[in-house]
Write a protein that binds this ligand. Structure first.
Ligand SMILES: [Fe+2]
Length: 311
């Protein structure tokens, strides 16, 4: 396996300072535009940009031989890259996102205390109140897990990600117009979807379990009001994760998720392409994604920003 983890991302926003207080509030550690979970700090860098955008993604591979193999694949696709100093760098010609690949140690995520559950025939918690009630504060987020992007060229972008960079396909929708890609055992670390211009749809932060997602999201929405609600809670059929989507102060959707499908044996995984739209968004709760999900309120600002930069 070549790629084995997403190291970090860089996001551009008009007013980076607004996000420092937000990340601190949701339980990230860091400061001055560089934030992450205590378990994996520095996974999100925020910089100033004329409009909201994804700027960089840094991926970890196993060794230098992976860089050579990636270089060869990119040459085959006719995509320019730079290689040197132990890393490979390219600007995606379709969307202008910068990708950096470099050898990185495997990430072993620390195990968190499991909450004991009661279920029929298995009474694991007897004579004790549930931990979610007795824990004094909500559990913090654990790491950045995936990003979802929109692109005017989703098929070409997916081809570059898979045949060039080495992302693996987990599932797809709409004949490949939306493709769930992984560079780690997570079902998806990157989802490419159609977009009027390239844009960042959301970034997703992993929580310990169902209760952790529900509790953290409830705290956030209680503090900021329903105008920060986007979608959820629910459980996606594709990827299997529990989700709750909200709005960060810069206008980007962020997702709290837990319990995502994990894929280690690439050969054994069967890629799903035939999904029932009535079931794929969520197996319970609201059955359809809200319209705003692929039409964020600031979309016209992003379109204008992209067009201005390319006029
Ligand atoms: Fe997501």
């Amino acid at each position: 396996m070549a790629l084995h983890r997403m190291l970090d991302v860089e996001i551009g926003v008009a007013d980076p300072a607004t996000l420092d207080a937000f990340y601190q509030e949701i339980g990230f550690v860091g400061g001055d535009g560089l934030w992450g979970a205590a378990d994996q700090p520095g996974q999100i860098r925020i910089v100033e940009a004329p409009y909201r955008q994804l700027r960089k993604v840094r991926l970890g591979c196993e060794d230098e031989a992976d860089l050579d193999a990636t270089a060869k694949r990119l040459e085959g696709l006719g995509v320019k890259y730079q290689k040197g100093g132990g890393r490979l760098q390219l600007v995606d010609p379709h969307n202008e996102w910068e990708f950096i690949i470099e050898p990185a140690p495997a990430y072993v995520q620390p195990e968190q205390p499991k909450r004991t559950q009661n279920s029929p025939g298995v009474r694991g918690r007897v004579g004790k109140r549930a931990e979610v009630i007795t824990e004094p504060t909500p559990r913090p987020p654990r790491r950045l897990g995936h990003i979802v992007v929109g692109s005017p060229k989703p098929l070409e972008t997916t081809q570059l990600m898979t045949e060039g960079l080495g992302y693996r396909v987990s599932d797809s929708l709409g004949g490949g117009l939306a493709t769930f890609l992984r560079c780690s055992p997570d079902h998806h670390n990157l989802l490419v979807t159609p977009g009027q211009v390239p844009y960042l749809n959301h970034y997703a932060v992993e929580h310990d379990d169902f209760d952790a997602v529900m509790r953290a999201a409830t705290v956030y929405l209680t503090e900021h009001g329903d105008e920060r609600q986007v979608a959820g809670p629910g459980r996606h059929q594709i990827g299997g994760n529990i989700f709750w989507y909200m709005l960060d102060p810069s206008g980007t959707f962020f997702e709290y998720f837990a319990d995502m499908d994990q894929i280690i044996d690439d050969e054994a995984w069967e890629i799903g392409t035939d999904w029932n739209p009535a079931e794929s968004w969520s197996v319970w709760g609201q059955k359809q994604q809200p319209e705003v999900f692929f039409a964020p309120q600031d979309m016209q600002v992003i379109v204008d920003g992209w067009n201005k930069a390319h006029s």
